[in-house]
Ligand binder design. Structure first.
Ligand SMILES: *Cc1c(COP(=O)(O)O)cnc(C)c1O
Length: 392
């Protein structure tokens, strides 16, 4: 018999009732060290006092009015994002996939406004942009699309890292290139800085818009507010979600004024997107991340974590293959099935997240302490040891 909740998720037999910082607690009081942060969402850990205060204060005042009216918290969050990024303007959503959808719609509308005849979007194999029909068509992988056809036309898929194929795919129909600066679901694959710069030049030379999907790699994850800042190559449009709400559902589509030219009143909308509760939390998240020392802490603690993970690869060569990624968005490629490592982690009360290419993703809260990183490394070491003993 089918479960009351549609069985679309392969769930661990674990549930949590409370969280604090980098720790989650089950009903019976067992504490787990959370190196997944709800898939890079709980960027400031669980129950951050300032986020709780922001949510409680807004919760007592006003929850929802709709986008028929001005929403001061939305304006405040938009101003914070504009002040701290390439962007001039922001559209708020409830989720990541709505943010990438808005990005693609905006790019099409730009070319419509300029009557260029361009409407195709180039994307990369292994990418993930969300689960709407549009965004599974955008990513294009069999895993996402099988049985859900007919798919949305207008997306052109290019192998990740294949410069020749990318150049060959560009035509007079190309409207935009959409890319994750660090592929997340695909297995924590960073795009080299010089490739992002090359993409920027290619787009400029051909009248193409550059869209970044920073839903997973953005919001401080790599040690900059947004991952592309390491390269200096700015997008025209950028999708953000996950960490921006710190656990409250919130997404955003950021754009330059030029790229947003087609998005006049009535062209796009959402009932909930950017509601007062979500934006009260989102604004507090951004305020905290841009404070002195926050991003410095991410870089410092991530160097320590990475070094520790490299050590584990060296001491468990039959379990782990390599470490890759950026900041606190790290992937450890496994030699055993990655779910074996994730499950062995559960036995050690350690939470990690499986990813593509047989990777386990390490995506802890960004304010994790050095001591907690050491504890996570000890538990992962024990998990790998348990796998090795079971192999003997
Ligand atoms: C999670 C994710 C999405 C989809 O976000 P949802 O909130 O699940 O819709 C899109 N792109 C990337 C890179 C993501 O990591």
């Amino acid at each position: 018999m089918i479960t009351p909740v549609l069985p679309t998720y392969a769930r661990a037999p674990l549930s949590f009732v409370e969280g604090e910082g980098s720790w989650l607690k089950t009903e019976d009081g067992t504490r787990y060290l959370d190196m997944g942060a709800g898939i890079a969402v709980s960027a400031l850990g669980h129950a951050h006092p300032r986020l709780v205060a922001a949510l409680e204060a807004q919760g007592r005042r006003l929850w929802h009015t709709s986008n028929l009216y001005q929403i001061p918290n939305q304006t405040r969050l938009a101003e914070l994002l504009v002040d701290n990024t390439f962007a001039d303007t922001v559209f708020f959503t409830n989720s990541g996939t709505e943010a990438t959808e808005a990005a693609v719609k905006m790019a099409r509308k730009y070319h419509h406004a300029h009557e260029t005849g361009r409407d195709e979007i180039i994307t990369f194999n292994g990418s993930f942009h969300g689960r709407t029909l549009g965004m599974i068509s955008a990513a294009g992988s069999e895993k996402l699309t099988k049985g859900f056809g007919p798919l949305l036309p207008g997306f052109v898929h290019v192998p990740f890292g294949d410069h020749e194929a990318l150049h060959a795919a560009i035509t007079e129909r190309t409207a935009a290139i959409m890319i994750e600066p660090v592929q997340g679901e695909g297995g924590i694959l960073p795009v080299p800085d010089q490739c992002l710069k090359g993409l920027r030049d290619l787009c400029d030379q051909n009248g193409i818009l550059l869209i970044y999907d920073e839903i997973q790699c953005g919001m401080g994850r790599t040690g900059k507010l947004f991952a592309h800042e390491w390269s200096g190559a700015e997008p025209d449009i950028m999708a953000v979600a996950k960490g921006i709400g710190g656990g409250f559902p919130l997404g955003a589509c950021l754009a330059t004024e030029a790229a947003a030219v087609g998005m006049a009143a009535g062209t796009h909308g959402t009932t909930y997107g950017g509601n007062p509760l979500a934006c009260a939390v989102g604004a507090e998240v951004v305020e905290i991340m841009v404070e002195d020392g926050f991003l410095g802490h991410v870089s410092e603690v991530s160097g320590h974590l990475r070094q520790g993970l490299e050590g584990l690869v060296a001491s468990h060569p039959d379990v782990f293959e390599l470490v890759r990624g950026s900041g606190l968005m790290l992937g450890v490629k496994c030699r055993v099935p990655n779910m074996d490592v994730v499950n062995a982690g559960y036995d050690q009360k350690l939470l990690t997240v499986p990813g593509g290419d047989n990777v386990i993703r390490i995506l802890p809260p960004l304010n994790i302490s050095r001591e907690e990183v050491d504890e996570a490394l000890r538990r992962l070491d024990a998990a790998a040891g348990a796998i090795e003993s079971s192999q003997d």
